[in-house]
Ligand binder design. Sequence first.
Ligand code: CU
Length: 168
Amino acid sequence: MLILWSCGPQEKEADSEVFTTLKDTATASSAPLVEEKDTTKQEVQELELHALGNTLEEIKYGQDTLRVKTGALVKLKFVNEGIDMPMVHNVVFTAPGKYKQVALAGASIGASGNYVPESEAVIAASPIALPGQTVELEFTAPTTPGMYDFVCTYPGHWSKMHGVLEVK
Ligand SMILES: [Cu+2]
């Protein structure tokens, strides 16, 4: 049948053009579909963490362990329950065992850099939360399971304010 319809080289060319157009359309419409699938597959985990205490002796995080699934989109709400001005906090997620190193480097960075150092050991960092303030942070959890850390990098807080991010 097809042989009968397309005899000249001109028609053949036209046929291949149509074919190309169809192919392009198929590729174009299937590509975003794949991306959408990936996005919906990513699990969203909403967490809330509080900073407690109103003196340097009292300060601590409300939880010492946060648990997330590998690769999940983590939406963290960080609530600073402190009242007085020195109660300035953040939460910085770090590679396993790196919280002290990151906090000490962050303290020397100062307020202009949010007390967060440029370091491969930093996974994600919240903005600074002033007393009474709530800040939010979104990040993708590590894809490698493990016991990661989180720490407040405001100067002098790391020893009282740190915890474990369990990824599994
Ligand atoms: Cu702090």
